[in-house]
Design a protein around this ligand. Sequence first.
Ligand code: DI6
Ligand code: FE
Length: 399
Amino acid sequence: MRFDRVWRDARLATLAPDRPGLGLVERGAVAARDGRIVYAGPEAELPPGDAAETVRLDGRLVTPGLIDCHTHLVYGGSRAREFELRLAGASYEEISRAGGGIVSTVKATRAANEDELVSSARARLDRLLAEGVTTVEIKSGYGLDAETETRMLRAARKLGGEAAVRVVTTYLGAHATPPETPDKESYIAAVCDLIPMLAREKLADAVDAFCEGIAFSPEQTARVFAAAKAAGLPVKLHADQLSNLHGAKLAAEHGALSADHLEYTDEEGAAAMAKAGTVAVLLPGAFYVLRETHKPPVEAFRRHGTRIALATDCNPGTSPLTSLLLTMNMGATLFRLTVDEAIAGVTREAAHALGLASEIGTLTPGKDCDLAIWDVDTPAELVYRIGFNPLYARVFRGA
Ligand code: DI6
Ligand code: FE
């Protein structure tokens, strides 16, 4: 067999679903050809062949490239001042009702051109890549008009074209009501109207909504989902973050790829998600920043076999977080995820949350050869340490 590149003398966390835990292989090897994995397993069983390049890893740990499956990386302006107001006692909901919050970012995003959006987002993206991220999802949702939402999605696509990273885009028109259309019903109609064009132009890979008292009702969310379905796009949902509107169940009923946040999700929601294969994307950064105390029902997810992923939710208001390593630590410390759950949550399970499980997320022949190579002795170190980046190398599509 011919290989473009072979990595030898590695410890592999394959995340292969047919192996227990992280699917660890001591003394492993990975071989790539044409950007894809052709072998990942014990070095002793590597098929004989010629490799254009051989890399010796001296026992370093290799995981699938990390996947940040929920971000709002593209936006204009800053919300540092709002952070100060919150420190002085204002709540997130109070700030939001007083025209701050999401709407202040909308103003700044509308004022930014595409290049400005790309360059401010690139600085954040670079932080993620420096920690071994090879796939990132980016949502719109700070434009709230057709022109700016489209510009945000173009900026996200451009970021994907520029760097060695796979960018998956999500249209989140139903994030908040724009100041000029406070009537939610008419705004939702406009959100639905934009979806066919975004699908046609391949600007959005999925459609998301924020189902919450301060955002949109389950009925309005269902209308957005119906429009997405008609356009052939999968859906996701910001669900049950601040209260239980049964968003998790709604997402599951619509076959959503994921339901995200889920602090207030109940047992029934967890069960419905498991049955539908809807991934629970937990966002401990927002939980931490909002100083929430109501935790997502991790025990219920385990009981029902709901898939659990972790993401940064990088956004200027509730999660100014550009570290997936810290996110893993928070998932473990705040939500009591195990080390295996935290690592699977930013690899295999995050791939499911993006509908990309057949292409990325595990070290399995046939998948894209996206690797993160770490200078650590045990996988637990990736989750345990805080403010420490042991990335040794990052491989995107075999290079
Ligand atoms: N939930 C969140 O935590 C963010 N969006 C959402 O739907 C907050 C967005 C912001 O405050 O800018
Ligand atoms: Fe979010």
